[in-house]
Design a protein around this ligand. Structure first.
Ligand code: EPU
Length: 354
């Protein structure tokens, strides 16, 4: 049956914070052709939001606009060379299942990104990263549907403008480009990345037993680490890291280090700035585990806000703003949400960025 726009759709099942919010209009699509057919109706909405796994969103109120929920599946091998495998993967495939399938097929590179919640289509949008690997390294291009111009468009790697948890699709492209397929280039030769501090223990253990690390070792270790530290959104509602790790000048970092000798920071790859661990800042401020009503800062990882059953996303936003204010007054650093906050007006939203 052809898809159609429905109204006042409840979004609670479509966001991993599990807050109640409704979409003014909602469209689930099973093929890209449907977007072309429904283009004039879609165009009536200035505000559009594409939802994948809903694992990086906070609805602080109802959404006034059109939510598009693609249901596009399939993984296709498009090319193979001596060293690489080329895969074209539809946007709604589950990310972790894809990582697992790649490992089983001996397609390597993305094992450090195991257990990240969400869909394949969302991966390039915020350039997902964990344990020393960012997905951009494996993306050849992203095939999108331009909801403004009613046309297909392919962004090659450089056109995607990837940065730390950022891309062209996340910024100017939000609500405009619907990701349909992601084209990956994966390795046939294993090159495990063990540079990230928590993985060093794995490499030490293996070295002691005179063993070489394999992608399967890394995958298992990452799954274990994530299960220990990060709450499973299916068990305790959350959206992963709520804030980005901020960058500060090296001068500022030296001053902070004098005041807080244990502060965690490391050089940012792009310039002379230092990236500071926001989890450390929040933890050191004594906020880890803080609970207000049914929302809290997670006890194992201070970057994650968790929801024990609160229905109003605005309560989660209140706690986030509280954290931001405390971090600003204690360290003079303004935290920026990594999670996309929706359903509040712009004036209110700005209190997040002040
Ligand atoms: N730390 C604390 N207390 C905390 C949390 C962290 O002191 O409560 C310290 C740790 O001891 C460590 C440092 O902060 O020295 C960094 O912590 P961690 O390795 O856990 O990484 P992170 O910077 O807090 C980032 C990503 C995570 C990703 C991990 C692992 C961001 C915003 N978050 O967290 O991504 O899993 O690295 O690579 O970059 C996500 O984006 O949703 C996410 C979970």
């Amino acid at each position: 049956m052809a898809s159609k726009i429905v109204y006042n759709e409840n979004l609670q099942k479509l966001n991993t914070f599990k807050v109640e919010a409704s979409a003014e209009a909602f469209l689930a699509i099973n093929s890209i052709d449907e977007l072309e057919i429904l283009f004039s109706e879609i165009s009536k909405y200035n505000e559009k939001l594409v939802i994948g796994g809903g694992s990086n969103l906070l609805f602080a109120g109802d959404y006034s606009g059109l939510v598009i929920y693609p249901q596009l599946f399939g993984i296709e091998k498009t090319n193979e060379t001596q060293d690489n495998i080329y895969l074209r993967v539809a946007a709604s495939e589950n990310w972790h299942d894809f990582v697992t399938a790649c490992l089983k097929n001996n397609y390597f590179g993305i094992e450090n990104l195991a257990l990240i919640p969400g869909t394949v289509g969302a991966a390039p949008v915020q350039n997902i990263g964990a344990y020393g690997v960012e997905i951009e390294r494996f993306i050849e291009s992203v095939e999108c549907f331009d909801l403004q111009e009613n046309e297909h468009i392919i962004f090659n790697h450089s056109e995607c403008e990837f940065a730390y948890r950022e891309s062209r699709l996340k910024n100017a492209g939000q609500g405009r480009y619907l990701v349909c397929y992601v084209n990956f280039i994966l390795n046939k030769i294993a090159t495990p990345v063990l540079s990230y501090a928590p993985l060093k223990k794995l490499s030490e253990d293996l070295a002691r037993n005179q063993k070489e690390a394999t992608p399967k070792n890394v995958y298992d270790w990452v799954c274990k680490l994530r299960k220990e530290k990060l709450p499973d959104p299916f068990v305790l509602a959350n959206a992963g890291s709520f804030f980005k790790n901020p960058t500060v000048s090296s001068d500022k970092f030296v001053k902070l280090k004098n005041q807080f000798p244990n502060i965690v920071g490391y050089p940012d790859k792009s310039d002379e700035k230092i990236k500071v661990a926001a989890g450390w800042l929040i933890d050191n401020a004594g906020l880890k585990g803080k609970r207000v009503g049914n929302v809290a800062i997670h006890e194992q990882q201070a970057l994650v806000l968790v929801n024990f059953g609160e229905m109003q996303g605005s309560k989660i936003l209140d706690l986030a703003c509280d954290v931001m204010q405390k971090i600003k007054s204690l360290y003079g650093i303004v935290l920026e949400p990594e999670v996309r906050v929706l359903g509040i007006d712009l004036a209110e939203r700005s209190k997040l960025i002040k």
